[in-house]
Ligand binder design. Structure first.
Ligand code: KIV
Ligand code: ZN
Length: 501
């Protein structure tokens, strides 16, 4: 019988630990709602003890999603577990995920604890967590580099203490498929009470093996895979959810496992996560890269035209890419627009639909055909956003070759109107300088990226900026047909996130 694999999504926890990524509560809620529609079994919503933002996000997600289990991470100490539970108790199906390192190197150099002390701590904290919540996941951090005999002992003890899931992390992305498969089988064969818990794996991608290692694990008894959209996560990231789901679907003949992922929603969630996290997807990324379904060579194109199966092992539609996208335009009415929003998975209230429709109409005056990607960008940018404490009323910039660019802006905050001028190396630099001067805070621009949402000369440009203000990182996004305007919007978006913090 086909075996069901649980998909544990950690985009909002490990994924948010991707260097440079910082999502606000509203963005996390929107991603969580999309993950629910995607059909994941568990959403790891955050690490409540690390910051108030994380705590608020976990609490809000616990209230917002109904179907998936909502998990929150906690180190093996009472403070972390209490804080996680405070946020998780609102969920229909809460899970506390607690961890402690078990490899010799981590115990000695990180925890400064002896193995017996770690074992006791794990038992005590799982027992404590179990007194609050029925569903407890335990992770022996750096599990794949832990001495197997010690690992078996820890796992047996935490299962006796009430752990419902034991998750084996390849924390540093060190293992290989053959080795990890044997390792998981060893757990299955040597932990006497293992049948009372679900075996899970959590693989990092430092050697590019996270997905392969996860697959090897399920072939050897793992029933839950931890993964993240677009493979986000610490360092080189986690196993990519979309790759796991599509391997199991495409190669069902070989693996005979199934997941509850609605793969037709993959593209949508992937774009949202990429946009909110400010991490562009490499073009040749499996499944969700822009080239994943593009056939360049004439021989391939010829084959695909005759029979798509010659070179296409899965269809673009299977991840939600529509081939003949019906485009909307100037004459499309509110009803058609709202229907398209629903099809795209947005469940917006009336005010937000009105706002989105207004922006859609403004865009359709300038752009003839508006695709799903344009609508997604527009909604992500204009509807899911922070209060505009600083309102950009207008800007002007003079630029050219062989001259210094000069910019002026008019920005309103409450009833106060501020106006300034500044120079810079190029129009965008001049505008960023004048905005910084007008607002009067030090802003360090750490990253700037521009991408076209669709192809063609009238493509919308999306700019993502990453800034540091007072030691805090903010990601701002802006879209416009004009890249200078998109840049200004992105910069103001980041500043408004700071102002709202
Ligand atoms: O990589 C890791 O070990 C983790 C654990 C907290 C599961 O993220
Ligand atoms: Zn991890």
């Amino acid at each position: 019988m086909t075996k069901r694999i649980q998909i544990f999504d950690t985009t909002l926890r490990d994924g948010e630990q991707t260097p440079g990524v910082s999502l606000n509560v509203q963005e996390k809620i929107e991603i969580a709602k999309q993950l629910e529609l995607l059909g994941v079994d568990i959403i790891e919503a955050g690490f409540p003890r690390v910051s108030n933002g994380d705590y608020e996000a976990v609490k809000a997600i616990a209230k917002a999603v109904k179907k998936p289990i909502v998990a929150g991470l906690a180190r093996a100490n009472k403070g972390d577990i209490d804080r996680a539970w405070e946020a998780l108790k609102y969920a229909e199906r809460p899970r506390i995920h607690t961890f402690i390192a078990t490899s010799d190197i981590h115990m000695e150099y990180k925890l400064n604890m002896k193995p017996d002390e770690v074992l006791k701590k794990a038992i005590d904290m799982v027992t404590y967590a179990k007194s609050l919540c029925n569903d407890i996941e335990f992770s022996p951090e750096d599990g794949s580099r832990t001495r197997p005999e010690f690992l078996y002992k820890v796992l047996e003890a935490v299962i006796n203490a009430g752990a419902t899931v034991v998750n084996i992390p390849d924390t540093v992305g060190y293992t290989t498929p053959g080795e990890f498969g044997v390792f998981i089988r060893g757990i299955k064969e040597n932990v006497p009470n293992i049948n009372k818990a679900v075996i899970s794996v959590h693989c990092h991608n430092d050697l590019g093996l996270a997905v392969a290692n996860s697959l090897a694990a399920i072939e050897n008894g793992a029933e839950q895979i931890e993964c993240a959209i677009n493979g986000l996560g610490e360092r080189a990231g986690n196993a990519a959810l979309e790759e796991i789901a599509m391997v199991l679907k495409t190669r069902k003949d070989y693996f005979d496992y199934e997941t509850s992922v609605v793969t037709e929603r993959i593209h949508r969630v992937s774009s949202m996560v990429s946009s909110f996290a400010g991490i562009n997807i490499q073009k040749n990324k499996a499944i969700v890269g822009a080239n994943a379904f593009a056939h360049e060579s004439g021989i391939h194109q010829h084959g695909v035209i005759n029979n798509s199966k010659t070179y296409e092992i899965m269809t673009p539609e299977s991840i939600g890419l529509k081939q003949n996208n019906m485009v909307l335009g100037k004459h499309s009415g509110r009803h058609a627009f709202q229907e398209r929003l629903n099809e795209l998975g947005y469940n917006l209230d009336k005010d937000k639909i009105d706002e989105a429709f207004k922006k859609f109409k403004e865009l359709s005056d300038k752009k003839k055909e508006i695709s799903d990607s344009d609508i997604e960008a527009l909604v992500n940018q204009n509807v899911i956003q922070v209060d505009e404490k600083y309102n950009l009323e207008n800007f002007q910039v003079t630029t050219g070759n062989n001259m210094v660019s000069t910019a002026t802006v008019r920005i309103k905050k409450d009833d106060k109107v501020m106006q300034e001028a500044a120079c810079g190396d190029g129009p965008i630099n001049a505008l960023f300088n004048v905005i910084e001067r007008t607002i009067g805070v030090n802003i360090k621009l750490e990253d700037y990226a521009l991408k076209a949402i669709t192809s063609g000369k009238d493509a919308l440009g999306e700019v993502t900026v990453k800034v540091d203000i007072d030691g805090n990182k903010f990601i701002g996004r802006g879209i416009s047909l004009d890249v200078i305007e998109a840049s200004v919007k992105a910069y103001m978006n980041a500043i408004n996130k700071f102002a709202n913090k």
